[in-house]
Design a protein around this ligand. Structure first.
Ligand SMILES: NC(=O)c1ccc[n+]([C@@H]2O[C@H](COP(=O)([O-])OP(=O)(O)OC[C@H]3O[C@@H](n4cnc5c(N)ncnc54)[C@H](O)[C@@H]3O)[C@@H](O)[C@H]2O)c1
Length: 254
């Protein structure tokens, strides 16, 4: 009986701790940039970061009206919109400089802007190299520019504990015949995250990737985890949020 009481007490203490950690604001005082923040995963993440006490969130996108509306609805005291085409390195550099100049530091870079080639089927037999250039320019080149300039600002600011998160895709892990350029562009992001994380570890900067085909809120939660202290010892990883879909497909393929 005594043993049972002890277990019940311990379980309720653990439950309280879990509730505490869920209620806890995970990004209190932090400054974050979110590329592709005008819609979808980026927008949901901006809202979640705001709920979790981020001091400043800079949404960077090319859809100006949408981006401004998102920033206004979060609140101009906490969220700012800036036009930034991630394929242009000068614009990415300016975005990071604007953030540091106005908010004093950069704690979190969420490099999320990305596109798929929706109008054409990119099979190997009909692969359109010209059409694939824009996919690589945004999904790969744009992400390198964001990681590079965010990391430079974090190193320059001697900021310990900076976090960089990139949006990958489940298509980096399992193959489809008709999205070759998209899959390649996202696989490259995993290579970037793994390699950059080893070089930035000595500055206590973490670099991870998050992806999944589920609701945007599920991905936003994973990004919050990777951005916060909760994932302190996690770097160079690709966090797949897919309810086991990937594992299921791999098992089927065997
Ligand atoms: N939704 C999914 O199922 C899914 C699955 C896996 C990965 N992803 C990835 O998630 C990320 C976000 O996609 P989403 O589903 O939220 O789509 P989305 O289209 O709603 O969001 C993408 C955002 O990126 C912006 N963008 C596009 N090109 C840009 C550029 N050159 N510079 C700056 N911003 C640019 C768009 O304007 C848009 O606001 C992408 O990297 C995408 O590849 C999405």
């Amino acid at each position: 009986m005594h043993f049972l009481k002890q277990i019940i007490t311990q379980t309720s203490i653990m439950a309280e701790k879990v509730t505490d950690s869920l209620n806890h604001k995970k990004l209190e005082g932090k400054v974050a940039i979110i590329t592709g923040g005008a819609s979808g995963i980026g927008e949901a993440t901006a809202r979640l970061f705001a709920e979790h006490g981020a001091r400043a969130i800079v949404i960077a996108d090319i859809q100006d009206v949408l981006g401004q509306n998102v920033a206004e609805s979060i609140g101009s005291g906490q969220c700012t919109y800036m036009h930034c085409d991630v394929t242009n390195e000068d614009q990415v550099k300016a975005l990071v400089e604007f953030t540091v100049k106005n908010f004093g530091q950069l704690d979190v870079m969420f490099s999320n802007a990305g596109i798929a080639n929706e109008t054409i089927s990119q099979t190997i037999l009909d692969f359109d190299l010209n059409a694939s250039d824009r996919v690589f320019a945004i999904n790969t080149r744009g992400v390198v520019a964001c990681v590079k300039h965010a990391a430079r600002a974090m190193v320059r600011g001697c900021l310990k504990g900076g976090t960089i998160i990139c949006t990958g895709s489940v298509l980096a892990s399992f193959a489809l015949p008709n999205s070759i350029d998209y899959a390649m562009s996202k696989k490259a992001v995993i290579g970037l995250v793994e390699s950059a994380s080893t070089g930035l570890g000595k500055y206590e900067i973490r670099v991870n990737c998050g992806c999944g085909p589920l609701k945007v809120e599920n991905i936003a939660n994973a990004v919050l985890f990777l951005a916060s202290h909760d994932s302190l010892l996690i770097t160079g990883q690709n966090l797949v949020v897919d309810s086991g879909l990937n594992a299921h497909c791999l098992t089927k393929a065997d």
